[in-house]
Design a protein around this ligand. Structure first.
Ligand code: TYD
Length: 142
């Protein structure tokens, strides 16, 4: 991702994924660099999230992610140190693309919900910014 694409809510958006609907059920698929603007190097998923729990509370320096509510629903609050916006994700064919240098909180998980995450990089703790004040100052807004 180029610097121009990072650090702004303007570069975070909902991606409508392909959907094959049939009487026997629906199918959605995702291809690297085709349906999303990055190559997938890692996937993980959040599940068994207790009611009232909040996840996230960090930003990433370089990582790009797509969050998909493959079951149930949850809210994602994004914050670029200037603006914030809340997305309610509740369709398994609609993913939220999060660019680097955007703070995220995930909350309001419905019972049995599963959040699938596609990520552009392998796990690297040094890519995380877990202190909101540090995030704000890196964004140039103390
Ligand atoms: P974290 O990304 O902080 O979770 P969330 O944002 O959903 O609240 O990760 C929680 C823990 O899991 C942390 O100790 C790092 C570890 N972890 C891995 O080891 N590999 C991974 O790919 C991820 C996403 C997390």
């Amino acid at each position: 991702m180029s610097d121009l694409k990072t650090g702004s809510l303007k570069n975070c958006y909902v991606v409508e994924l392909p959907r094959i609907r049939a009487p026997e059920g629906s199918l959605t698929f995702i291809e690297s660099l085709n349906h999303i603007p990055f190559a997938i190097r890692r996937t993980y998923y959040l599940y068994d999230v207790p009611g009232g729990a909040t996840r996230g509370a960090h930003a990433h320096r370089n990582l790009c992610q797509l969050l998909i509510p493959v079951a149930g629903s949850f809210d994602v609050t994004l914050d670029d140190a200037t603006d914030s916006q809340v997305w309610h994700l509740n369709r398994p064919y609609l993913g939220l693309l999060i660019s680097p240098m955007v703070w995220r909180n995930l909350s309001n998980f419905s019972s049995g919900s599963v959040c699938l995450v596609l990520a552009s990089e392998l796990y690297d703790e040094s890519d995380y910014i877990r202190d909101y004040h540090e995030f704000k100052s890196l964004q140039g807004r103390k």
